[in-house]
Design a protein around this ligand. Structure first.
Ligand code: DOR
Ligand code: ZN
Length: 346
């Protein structure tokens, strides 16, 4: 196939940050995607409908005038989450979902939930309302190996949670293991999972190829090749449980290349191209639209975009970096190239 045409895709998991970083990164996502589910892990985190509404306005102000892009907001759950505000925000269309960060699991997760049991009433209310719960699925405990955190979270936290709340709808964000993929299909239509480009393209060897590679360091961390293969099979399966969520997570170079570097891969500039490369390698381009443009909207209950886009098989160089605040962000494939290019309208 020399070109592929599909409905405009949706990114079901992005980090836009705030301030000048937000202004810099939003156009990359808006250029490729019709909508995005925006993560709330700012400092301070987005914990109320009013904060989400204000954040949404700042995002819209950063969208270039010629682009039509819809940000969809999420609420950061904490030990103090106000259920009334959460449900009102969902009912009023301000919140699309709520995000559970176990405390200390990742960037700005220090405000996260310290005891799942203590906010069980929040999950009960969300289940009643049909509001999706999005999870950062890692159990962070000193005796749990970093490469096993996902498995522990599924077994010790999520399976019991789904038992306790039989109507709760859940997205396992950025799954990284074969167990994560199996979990997403086990519960039928009430559980789904997003998969990032880096977890499809790489395994943990890539973190150490020729030296330490901080720009591929993200949470959950890259896993073994057999997990990468399971994720590739899941993404290209066409099953409705799997959809696109880049987890594009910009950090400036000085924060990545540091003594204690930040986790996150900035994939927004080449996200669709990177996924296309995987689907092409797996001879599954015919199932790309389901993963990128249909399954996510179906799970969240909004219509797929009506506009079509075409990508052509044509190599394009990827910029080395994107300048921001006297520093820069290094994108996925920065300084290299990708084999697909968005055909511009003429
Ligand atoms: O690598 C990551 N970066 N994983 C996350 O879960 C959060 C993200 C960030 O916000 O930087
Ligand atoms: Zn994320």
């Amino acid at each position: 196939m020399e070109s592929i045409t599909f409905r405009r895709p949706v990114d079901l998991h992005v980090h836009f940050r705030d301030g000048s970083m937000l202004d810099k990164v939003v156009p990359f996502t808006a250029r490729q995607f019709a909508r995005a589910i925006v993560m709330p892990n700012l400092t301070p985190p987005v914990t109320s409908a009013a904060m989400a509404q204000a954040y949404r306005q700042r995002i819209l102000a950063a969208v270039p005038d010629d682009l039509d892009f819809t940000p969809m907001m999420t609420c950061y759950l904490t030990d103090q989450t106000d259920v009334t505000d959460l449900l009102a925000g969902y009912r009023d269309g301000i919140f699309a979902a709520a995000k559970l960060y176990p405390a200390h699991a990742t960037t700005n997760a220090q405000f996260g939930v310290t005891s799942i049991a203590a906010i069980d009433h929040v999950f009960a209310a969300m289940a009643d309302a049909g509001m999706p719960l999005l999870t950062h699925g890692e159990l962070v405990r000193h005796d749990v190996d970093i490469f096993d955190r996902e498995q522990y979270f599924l077994d010790e936290v999520l399976a019991p949670l789904l038992e306790r709340h039989p109507t709760l709808r859940l997205v396992l964000e950025h799954i990284t293991t074969s167990e994560g993929a199996a979990f997403a299909t086990r519960y039928g239509s009430r559980v789904a999972a997003t998969i990032t480009p880096q977890h499809l393209l790489f395994n943990r060897n890539a973190l150490f190829e020729g030296g330490l590679r901080p720009h591929l360091y993200c949470m959950p961390i890259l896993k073994r090749a057999r997990h990468q293969q399971a994720l590739r099979a899941a993404a290209t399966s066409g099953l409705p449980n799997f959809f696109l969520g880049t987890d594009t997570a910009p950090h400036v170079r000085s924060a990545k290349e540091a003594d204690c570097g930040c986790a996150g891969v900035f994939s927004a500039p080449v996200a669709v191209e990177a996924y296309l490369c995987v689907f092409d390698q797996e001879a599954a381009l015919a199932r790309f639209e389901a993963f990128a443009s249909l399954n996510g909207p179906a799970f969240y209950g909004f219509p797929p975009d009506q506009q079509l886009v075409t990508y052509i098989r044509q190599r394009q160089p990827v910029a080395l970096s994107v300048a921001v605040d006297n520093d820069e962000i290094v994108p996925l494939f920065g300084g290299g190239s990708v084999d697909w290019t968005l055909r511009q309208k003429v």
